[in-house]
Design a protein around this ligand. Structure first.
Ligand SMILES: Cc1cc2nc3c(=O)[nH]c(=O)nc-3n(C[C@H](O)[C@H](O)[C@H](O)COP(=O)(O)O)c2cc1C
Length: 357
């Protein structure tokens, strides 16, 4: 097994084990959540560049689930229509189109990083929702609206409807974003979940919403579609009651019988006091190894930047997918370069073969 061994799950076959990590582009021009030429070219380039799976950025399942007004969305049929050419182009060029389904929870309604990243007050913004009324800690916090049980239940349907639309648009892998301090992570972590109803309290209750979302999506989409879940393996808050790597392994075991196919293992994002360790190459791979104890395949992300390193992650059985983020911003052709350097046939589109003879 190595980086260019195809990855097979359900009806999906990825030509290699390089996945483009979800990365927000903040590029919906009118603030309407509709995919633009930018998404087509950006994601299309990474398919042309040889990746096995090309994952979209966090794509909001409801308008209030956007981080910024420029986020991508999939909350209506018009969104699916705008996304269909993205998925179609990616698939036509040999990669598996994946979409990350997301809700930003209490971290919603901020300006995009290029505009300062501050909370947006007034008509341009909206009130974030979450498991708690406590706002995301910030110099200038926006009030968070605490979701009622009925509203939480209604959100489960929104996730399922978004998943159905994504499949109609041509996506073959769906990834539930349950990481980085956004809505589903906020429910799972005791740092942000102070509820006393069936969605708060012990591990079982805090993870209930994520399990309900996974179950609803699995029921809503065909069996052949693959379902991934991205988690923050740890809150990086060792000095207080928080979400731990052991919790993530336990969660993986709970997700397996619900039809989840892979856990994409990231970390952090729930609180600004987090203690991020030294982040050298592959710093999150040990988390992926531990989460794999839960019995599901895993993806490892975090400073996987070289062909040899990505290959070693897979070859040494540390993870099933090498998930590559920022290196794909520097080099859209990372997978082609990796194949050449590692001695495999590079996944080159026919239009470019003259460049590789
Ligand atoms: C510009 C940018 C946008 C990101 N947006 C998302 C996102 O939409 N969803 C997500 O789960 N992670 C997001 N991330 C995190 C990456 O997917 C990845 O986990 C992180 O960058 C670490 O991997 P890397 O060292 O290969 O970049 C983003 C990272 C960057 C740099």
């Amino acid at each position: 097994m190595h980086l260019f061994t195809p990855f097979e799950v359900r009806d999906v076959t990825a030509r290699n084990r390089v996945m483009v990590s979800p990365m927000c582009q903040y590029s919906c021009e009118a603030g309407d959540g509709l995919a633009t030429d930018w998404h087509r070219v950006h994601l299309g380039s990474r398919a042309v560049g040889g990746a096995g799976i090309v994952m979209t950025e966090a794509t909001a399942v409801t308008p209030r689930g956007r981080i910024s007004p420029q986020d991508l969305g999939v909350w209506s049929d018009a969104h699916a229509e705008a996304l269909a050419p993205v998925a179609g182009f990616v698939a036509d060029h040999g990669a598996v189109p994946g979409i990350q389904l997301a809700h930003a929870g209490r971290k919603a309604s901020t300006r995009r990083p290029a505009d300062g990243g501050d909370p947006i007050h007034g008509d341009d913004g909206w009130r974030p929702v979450g498991p708690t009324a406590e706002p995301w800690p910030h110099d200038d916090p926006l009030e968070t609206e605490r979701l009622s049980v009925d509203e939480v239940d209604a959100l489960v349907d929104r996730w399922a409807a978004a998943a159905e639309r994504a499949v109609d648009a041509g996506f073959e892998v769906l990834e539930i974003h349950a990481a980085h301090g956004y809505l589903l992570h906020e429910f799972c972590s005791p740092v942000t979940n102070d509820r006393e109803d069936r969605y708060g309290g012990d591990f079982e209750n805090r993870t209930r919403l994520l399990r309900e979302v996974a179950t609803a999506i699995r029921e809503a989409v065909p069996d052949g579609v693959a379902l991934f879940v991205r988690v923050s393996a740890t809150d990086w808050l060792p000095d207080r009651e928080s979400w731990t790597v052991d919790d993530s392994a336990r969660l993986a075991a709970d997700l397996a019988p619900l039809g989840v196919d892979l856990v994409d293992v990231s970390a952090g994002g729930i609180h600004p006091d987090q203690q991020v360790p030294e982040t050298g190459p592959h710093y999150q791979v040990p988390y992926a190894e531990r989460v794999a104890d839960g019995g599901l395949p895993v993806g490892a992300v975090g400073k996987v930047t070289t062909p040899e390193g990505a290959d070693a992650v897979v070859r040494n059985g540390r993870a099933d997918l090498a998930v590559v983020g920022r290196e794909h911003l520097r080099d859209p052709y990372f997978a082609i370069r990796a194949a050449e350097e590692l001695g495999h046939d590079p996944p080159v589109p026919r239009q470019y073969t003259r460049g590789f003879q």
